[in-house]
Structure formats: C-alpha cells, structure tokens
Ligand binder design. Structure first.
Ligand code: NAG
Ligand code: NAG
Length: 258
C-alpha cells in the first residue's frame, strides 16, 4: 500500500513536471476559430467579463479577445495572452499570409443555444473560439470572411510597469481588480493584509479579474500577495497607503517574470 502511495506521488510529481515543462517551453499550437466584434475602433469591446473596464486606459488596447466557455474557464483565463495565426492550409480565401497577432483575454463569449454550433453558435461548448476585437482580427483575417480557422498557443504576456490594483466595493466588501499582469497573465490566488493585522487573509475570485475580501480594511495600508497561474508569487507590501478610498487605483513596481 505504501509502495502504491509512493508510485502515485511519483506519478503526480512527474505530471507536475511535464505540465511545468509545457508552460516553460511555450505551449503547443491548437486549433480554434476566430470572429470579431466591437467595431473598427474596438469601442464595443470596452468593459467585458474580466472587469478590466476601459481597455485603452488599462493598456490592453485593441489586441483583445472574448473567449468561449471552453477557453474562458470561469474567468481563470482572464489576462492570459494568446498568439494566433490564420490557418491558411484550411482557408486560403480569408486568411492573410505570414502574419500573427497576440491578444489578451478580456471578455467572455457566451454560448447561444438557439443557433447551431457550426452555423453561428461559434462560442457554444465545447468549441474553442476567439471573438476578437476587430482591429486584432483584421491583422490576420480578411473582413468579408467573417470567421477564420486559426491555430493558437498561449504565450507570455509582456507588460510595462508593475501589477496594478483598483480597490472598489464598500465597507466589509473590498473588490480588488488586478490588471497589467505580465508573464502568465492570469492570477490563481490572492491574499490581502491590512497594516494593523499580522495575518494574510484569503481573497476569493468574485468575477473575472476581481477578487474580494469581506474584512473591514478601511483606514489601513494594504498589502497584496498575488500568485500567478504558473505558481510565481509576488508580495506587494503596502502598495495601498492607509488614506485610500474606494474607487482608487494603485500601481506596484513589482511584476511577474516572463
Ligand atoms: C441568440 O441568437 C438569436 C438568433 O440570432 C438572437 O435572436 C438572440 O438575441 C441571441 N441571444 C443572445 C443571448 O445573444
Ligand atoms: C495619501 O498618502 C500619500 C502618502 O502615503 C500621499 O502622497 C497622498 O497625497 C495622500 N492622499 C490623500 C488623498 O490624502
């Protein structure tokens, strides 16, 4: 029985190692399709299910996409970066040759079960699908095509500056939006510590890239401990000064490695 437990532990270790190796070496290319939304200036892509709000102001610009259920992972994929190439072997008509585009996941593309999955219900499970901001899509596809086959893989996110935190909510409900996440782009876990508390307190994903704590933190400086999906952890000590108020944003100078 002990031998069995060791074997299982060894197998888990091995699986963990291969998963890490896959991320470290950049992931394999996979197939999906891509459509576009939000208009030629991408104004219709603002907001979105990750909660980033104004994508121009937050630095995401027009290189963004809404992910289908299969890729969105209930918001856990928010902030991840994907490199996409139009699959010219499958579609020579609407693919632009020799180009790629990298987008950040900022939104969710919901299923619509009143449309067949292969005739417009592109985001219906289990389809992997990118509904891209129009300017990003037009880098690799020809407008009249409307939908293109793509190959994609996750890539490291390049960002200028450090992690940013927007503190929203109200007393006993701190809703903290994390943006400008480099490297893996997505956050797996987050904790908060008030300057008058010795302990870290767990935060829960509320929606998209918003994490909440039900603790009363008014009037305290705040530190955040952020763990990215690849396991890197950063402690942004006292990134929020004690005189903070709801609705303000704060920048750290710390950032995840690519
Ligand atoms: C689903 O598709 C139908 C048919 O195109 C459309 O009328 C309806 O508004 C869509 N529903 C949603 C929630 O988008
Ligand atoms: C809050 O405190 C910081 C210094 O920690 C100061 O620079 C800032 O002006 C203060 N803000 C307000 C609104 O008092």
């Amino acid at each position: 029985m002990l031998a069995g437990a060791y074997a299982r532990a060894a197998l888990l270790l091995a699986l963990g190692f291969f998963a890490l190796a896959a991320v470290a070496s950049g992931q394999e290319w996979l197939r999906a399709h891509a459509t576009f939304y939000g208009g030629p200036d991408a104004s219709g892509t603002m907001g979105g299910a990750c909660g980033y709000g104004n994508l121009y102001a937050q630095g995401y610009g027009t290189r963004t996409a809404a992910l289908s259920t299969a890729l969105f992972n209930d918001g856990a994929s928010c902030g991840q970066c994907y490199k996409l190439v139009c699959d010219r072997k499958t579609d020579r008509t609407w693919c632009k040759p020799g180009v790629s585009v990298t987008v950040t996941a900022t939104n969710f593309c919901p299923p619509n079960w009143s449309i067949p999955s292969d005739r417009g219900g592109w985001c219906n499970p289990p389809r992997p699908h990118f509904d891209m901001a129009q300017p990003a899509w037009e880098k690799i596809g020809i407008y009249r095509g409307g939908i293109i086959p793509v190959i994609y893989r996750r890539v490291s996110c390049a960002k200028k500056g450090g992690l940013r935190f927007a503190v929203n909510g109200h007393d006993y409900f701190n809703l903290v939006l994390v943006t400008n996440v480099a490297g893996p782009g997505s956050v797996r876990a987050m904790d908060v510590k008030g300057s008058r508390s010795p302990d870290w307190m767990h935060m829960a994903r509320n929606w998209g890239a918003n994490w909440h704590s039900l603790t009363y933190l008014n009037g305290q400086g705040l530190s955040f401990r952020v763990t990215a999906t690849d396991g890197q952890t950063i402690v942004c000590a006292n990134v929020v000064p004690p005189n903070w108020s709801f609705g303000q944003s704060f920048a750290s100078n710390l950032q995840f490695k690519l």
